[in-house]
Design a protein around this ligand. Structure first.
Ligand code: ZN
Length: 459
């Protein structure tokens, strides 16, 4: 089916506003409408937009894919895990690929494979063996991804491995005609195939947000999308631009506590900050943090770290780099005296010894009026602010902290933002930040941005 003349006209006028160059391949990236899915899909869209050869469009409604809607694009990237997209969408996508277009499936098999009949059709389309089995691996990484050998044109160095923070997830078995790009424990996790005259790339990688931001994944993903759209292997990997020396390279550590996906938006639209998000304990195992980051942003909530991990963390702090501790990051390492006494200047207290209950209390959904105390780069541009957040009370607080913001709210200890007593590096504690009402608060966002830049010595 072809678009009508009137539709083609509308399409032409919409295209002219695109930043990508003339002749760029048109990519439609479709996700679900949930906030987490949108944030995850945005990581892929950002990567694709770095290629001048791609014009990227996004949609959060898989059910809207029709032959007319699809006709405008050279490749479809499916990144949704909601309900089955239905029979008519299935047929439209099949016809789209059959006639020579591209399909890239990221965690598809979820919205794209529905009831039994749909699953069989999807399997044929995406080069997946219909009798897929589950990869028997539980818990979190480290997983080692190995690039295919014999080599695949889309993969980097054949046989080379890299460590990922990805979740194992269920395995899919490629159909016999597929060409494997990468494996984990000998099981294929990415491959290419064909359907009619079209090209298909299927990946099981990028299952969590941190894994999605890994350059190894994004490099192959972006090249594969170009290949799916054009049939040509792109000449080079579009590498994300290196931060300039004036930018603060922040490593954001999560893990050990739930949080709203709105947390990730804290690092968007922050001038002068390049943030990498990596769950505990992977960043402490990967490599010497001092070489890669200017400041650590802790939003994890962990008691345990082995000696190697503690040393990496301590080396970073002692080298004069910055640290920003957000909200439940204050609960970290309550039995590591150097950490709580010197680095944080605060400690969550227990009723008894290790393993006993917390004596420090917390209260959700409190309306807090927070006042800046004095003037400091961390509170620059932040006035008194009213915020709905969680309060902590009954922590040990060092007499040597320098309070930058406080509240009179009775369920709080008072100090909300402070500098720790530690003098070798710049350590900022921001106690606020439990959920989206803080993450999306303009004053809170400014505090976090200021704290990262100042702790990194960039302001
Ligand atoms: Zn909380």
């Amino acid at each position: 089916m072809r678009p009508s003349a009137a539709l083609a006209l509308v399409v032409a006028s919409v295209c002219s506003g695109e930043a990508a160059g003339q002749g760029a391949s048109r990519i439609l990236l479709v996700s679900g409408a949930g906030p987490e899915e949108r944030v995850a899909a945005a990581v892929l869209a950002d990567s694709l937009r770095r290629s001048p050869r791609l014009a990227v469009f996004t949609s959060d409604d898989p059910a809207a894919l029709s032959p007319v809607a699809l006709a405008r694009y050279d490749a479809l990237v499916v990144d949704c895990d909601g309900a089955w997209w239905g029979d008519s969408v299935q047929r439209a996508v099949e016809a789209f690929v059959q006639q020579g277009k591209g399909l890239v499936a990221v965690r598809a098999g979820d919205c794209a494979s529905g009831p039994e009949a749909g699953r069989r059709k999807y399997s044929a389309l995406a080069g997946v063996h219909p009798a897929a089995t589950a990869l028997e691996k539980t818990g979190h990484g480290p997983l080692r991804v190995r690039w295919a050998n014999p080599p695949h044109a889309l993969a980097p160095t054949p046989g080379r491995e890299f460590v990922t923070v990805d979740d194992p997830g269920p395995a899919l078995v490629p159909s016999p005609a597929s060409k494997v790009i990468a494996t984990v424990d000998e099981q294929p996790v990415a491959w290419t195939g064909s359907f009619g005259a079209g090209r298909v790339f299927q990946t099981r990688q990028g299952r969590n947000l941190a894994a999605r931001r890994e350059p190894e994944f994004l490099g192959v993903f972006t090249r594969a999308v170009e290949w799916a759209a054009t049939g040509k292997v792109p000449p080079s990997v579009p590498v994300p631009s290196k931060p300039s020396s004036s930018e603060a390279r922040a490593l954001v550590v999560t893990g050990g506590h739930n949080y709203d996906p709105s947390f990730y938006t804290l690092f968007e639209d922050q001038p002068g900050i390049v943030a990498t998000i990596d769950p505990h304990p992977m960043p402490y195992r990967r490599s010497d943090l001092r070489k890669r980051y200017d400041t650590l942003v802790l939003y994890d909530s962990m008691q345990e770290a082995n000696e190697v991990e503690r040393k990496n963390l301590a080396d970073f702090v002692e080298s004069g780099k910055g640290v920003v501790i957000l909200h439940h990051g204050l609960v970290d390492y309550s039995d590591w005296q150097w950490w709580w006494e010197e680095v944080m200047g605060a400690r969550w207290l227990k009723v008894g010894g290790p393993g006993s209950k917390w004596k420090t209390t917390w209260k959700h959904d409190v309306e807090i009026l927070a006042h800046p105390v004095g003037e400091h780069p961390v509170t620059a541009g932040v006035g008194p602010m009213r915020i709905w957040d969680e309060t902590y009370k009954g922590m040990w607080l060092s007499p040597d902290i320098k309070v930058l913001m406080r509240t009179d709210e009775p369920t709080s200890d008072g100090p909300l933002v402070w500098l720790s007593p530690y003098r070798k590096s710049r350590v900022v504690i921001i106690e606020l930040g439990h959920d989206r009402s803080a993450h999306l608060h303009p004053g809170y966002r400014r505090l976090v941005g200021n704290a990262i830049r100042w702790s990194a010595g960039k302001e």
